[in-house]
Structures are given as structure tokens and as C-alpha cells.
Design a protein around this ligand. Structure first.
Ligand SMILES: Cc1ncc(COP(=O)(O)O)c(C=O)c1O
Length: 382
């Protein structure tokens, strides 16, 4: 079953919302509208695939859609960390990696682990500080960036960092999980590679783990494909099918979640028990101007700090009822957690609560957060 993107009208690229709905579809008469989950380890000899570790029609459809959204060649992996690991694995032995002080804890942990074992050296930087980050890129092989960062929501100047890294001979990689390609296209901003935890917004329903790498460097894409086939961190066909189903509704989910996030950020910022809100959509956020210059929206992730430190934050997390106290992000449901509860998040303020804003009615979300803030205040007063 061929899966073919619709031919673009001459001179016009479809909107990303259209790509999300239409790419990665079979197009011959009688084909199903979407590629079904192809559950096969073995294929008859003579076709494009021989063995299930090499490729799969369901992954191929998802890869076509994600590649179309980011504007490059996509490869999917068994999880976001499998994608992160595959890219990190391209660093030469004895090389040097520049990576954020604030970024997803799993990426930092993998980089730190490999550096400790002597695989490469690691320089940690504040990626919001363009000058310091570029200074650290001299002689580096890879610049790892997240923007906005997890969980501090700092915004890196992607154009300046990617161009500067290239001038210095370092490959730039942007983890675009928080923004999604609907709101930010790092390859257009000069990045060499984009990685995703497809587990989050792209699939959007908190029911699977998957990852993706996207690049316009065809040699790198071939090398990553070879490494995936060799090592085997491949997606499951069911996961790929569910993820593509999620991608189809990404634009509308994100629009609602982002509207909710903006509204909650404003209401939280005005709450007497909230000491700081981190959301690039707020005009006084340090990342606002940069985000406005490189993103098409400010996303559905925010973090806030509450008065009363850890005690208040833990009480708030325990008190929510509409919002779920859980890790992860990017699902239809609003979730929150105190990130400092994890070892490795020592740079994160004690009371910082990261919120992944979902699609519930914003008034119900606010009523829940407001009463949880009240419960937090009572816990501190006790
Ligand atoms: C920004 C970011 N990148 C990568 C990952 C890793 O993805 P996964 O959990 O799918 O392995 C996560 C997971 O939370 C994440 O938040």
C-alpha cells in the first residue's frame, strides 16, 4: 500500500494543519483512508520491506506526516528517549557536546551518563544566554537545545544558536516536543536536526510512547536509519497507528490547549498566592519577544511557583480534582506536578509546578486550581 503526500499546488505549501490531516495517506482507489496497523515481522520477498525491523507501512505513514510538518525526512523510534539516544550516538568518540542546564531530565541524564563514562565531554549552558552558549560551541561537535525548556520554559534564540553552531562546526539539535511543528519549525530556523517525544502533543492522548528525529541532511537520515535497523529501537505498529490518529487532530487540540494555557497563565499571574508564572505568552515573560519572533504561538505548557515553598506546592498537587497530578505532558487532559521532586532537578525552584494544559473548559480548570491554591495556603498556615 503506497502512502503518498498529495501533490502540492505549484508555488504553494499547504498549511501545517492541512499537512497534519492529509499527509501519510494511501491514495489508490479502494485503499483505506488511513494506513491500518500493519502487524507483521516478515514480508514476502521482492517488495520494499523484507523484515519488520527495517520498516513498516504504518510507521512510514506517520513518518511522512511528521516529516511534512517539520519540513524534513522523519524517522520514528520506540520512544522519545530512543530518538534522543540515536542522535546523541552520532557524536564521535572523544567529541564534545554543549547541552542545556535546563532540559528534559532524561536527556540530561543520558548525556551526563555518557560523559561520565568518557564517551564525550559535556559543557552545560543556559541556552537562553546566546553569547555564553555560542562561546561554548567553539570546538564542539553537537549543540543540544530545547526551546521552550522543560520545565523552566526558557526560550532560546534558535536562529542565532543554530547559525552560530554551524559556523563553529557543531551540529545543532532542537528538541521541539513542547512547541510541536505547528508552533515552531526549527529546521526553518537553521537547525540540523529536530527530535520529538511523539508521546506528548503529537500523539496527544497519553496512551503510547514514541519518538521521532527529523532532518534535511540525507546522509544523516540514512545513518540514523541504519543505526535504528541495527540496534532495533523501532516503533510498534499499533503505537504508530494511534500516533498518526493523534496527529490528525493536533491543530485543533493545540489551539484549544494553548488558549486555555494563556488564560490560566494570566489568571495565575494575578493570584496573590502565586509568586511567579513562566509562560512565554505573557508579555512580561523574559522569553516573550524571542518566542513571538520564532514561534507561531506560545504553546500549552506553563510553570508557576506558589508562596509557601514545597509544602504549599505538594498540598496543591494533592488537592486538584479536575486537573490530574501526574507526570508527562501533551495529552488532552491537564496534568501538573512539582518537578523538584525528582533527583536531577536541583536547578528548579522547590515550589515550581509544571502544568501541561489540556482541553477541558478553562473555567473548570481555573476553579480547580483556585481551590487547590486555597488548600495550599491552608497547608502552609497549619
Ligand atoms: C522535552 C522532552 N523530550 C524528550 C522526552 C522523552 O520522551 P519519551 O518519554 O517519549 O521517551 C520527554 C519526556 O518527557 C520530554 O519532555
Amino acid at each position: 500500500m503506497d502512502s503518498t503526500a498529495p501533490p502540492p499546488e505549484p508555488g504553494r505549501r499547504p498549511h501545517r494543519a492541512t499537512i497534519a490531516v492529509t499527509w501519510g495517506r494511501p491514495d489508490r482507489p479502494g485503499d483505506p483512508l488511513n494506513v491500518p496497523p500493519v502487524l507483521a515481522s516478515v514480508y514476502r520477498t521482492g517488495g520494499p520491506v523484507g523484515y519488520g525491523r527495517e520498516s513498516n507501512p504504518t510507521w512510514a505513514a506517520l513518518e511522512e506526516a511528521i516529516g511534512g510538518l517539520e519540513g524534513g525526512t522523519a524517522l520514528t523510534f520506540a520512544s522519545g528517549m530512543a530518538a534522543v539516544g540515536a542522535v546523541i550516538d552520532t557524536v564521535p568518540d572523544g567529541g564534545r557536546v554543549v547541552a542545556p542546564l535546563d532540559a528534559y531530565i532524561g536527556s540530561r541524564s543520558l548525556l551526563g551518563h555518557l560523559a561520565e563514562r568518557g564517551r564525550f565531554t559535556l559543557t552545560a549552558v543556559d541556552v537562553a544566554d546566546t553569547g555564553a552558549t555560542l562561546a561554548a560551541c567553539d570546538g564542539a561537535d553537537l549543540l543540544w537545545v530545547e526551546s521552550p525548556t522543560n520545565p523552566l520554559l526558557a526560550v532560546a534564540d534558535l536562529r542565532a544558536l543554530c547559525a552560530g553552531a554551524r559556523e563553529r562546526g557543531a551540529r545543532s539539535v532542537v528538541d521541539n516536543t513542547f512547541a510541536t511543528p505547528l508552533l515552531q519549525r526549527p529546521l526553518d530556523l537553521g537547525a540540523d536536526v529536530v527530535v520529538h517525544s511523539v508521546t506528548k502533543f503529537l500523539s496527544g492522548h497519553s496512551d503510547l510512547l514514541l519518538g521521532a528525529v527529523v532532518t534535511r541532511d540525507e546522509d544523516l537520515a540514512r545513518a540514523l536509519l541504519l543505526s535504528r535497523t541495527r540496534s532495533g529501537p523501532i516503533p510498534g505498529a499499533m503505537e504508530a497507528w494511534l500516533a498518526l490518529r493523534g496527529v490528525r487532530t493536533l491543530a485543533v487540540r493545540l489551539e484549544r490547549a494553548q488558549d486555555n494555557a494563556g488564560e490560566l497563565a494570566r489568571r495565575l499571574a494575578a493570584h496573590p498566592c502565586v509568586t511567579r508564572v513562566r509562560y512565554p505568552g505573557l508579555p512580561d515573560d523574559p522569553g516573550h519577544a524571542r518566542a513571538a519572533a520564532q514561534m507561531d504561538g506560545f504553546g500549552a505548557m506553563l510553570s508557576f511557583e506558589c508562596a509557601g515553598g514545597r509544602t504549599a506546592a505538594d498540598a496543591l498537587c494533592a488537592a486538584v480534582r479536575v486537573v490530574t497530578h501526574a507526570t508527562s505532558l501533551g495529552g488532552v487532559e491537564t496534568t501538573l506536578e512539582r518537578r523538584r521532586r525528582y533527583p536531577g532537578e536541583e536547578h528548579t525552584p522547590e515550589s515550581l509546578i509544571r502544568v501541561s494544559v489540556g482541553l477541558e473548559h478553562v473555567d473548570d480548570l481555573w476553579a480547580d486550581l483556585d481551590s487547590a491554591l486555597e488548600a495550599a495556603g491552608r497547608a502552609v498556615a497549619q
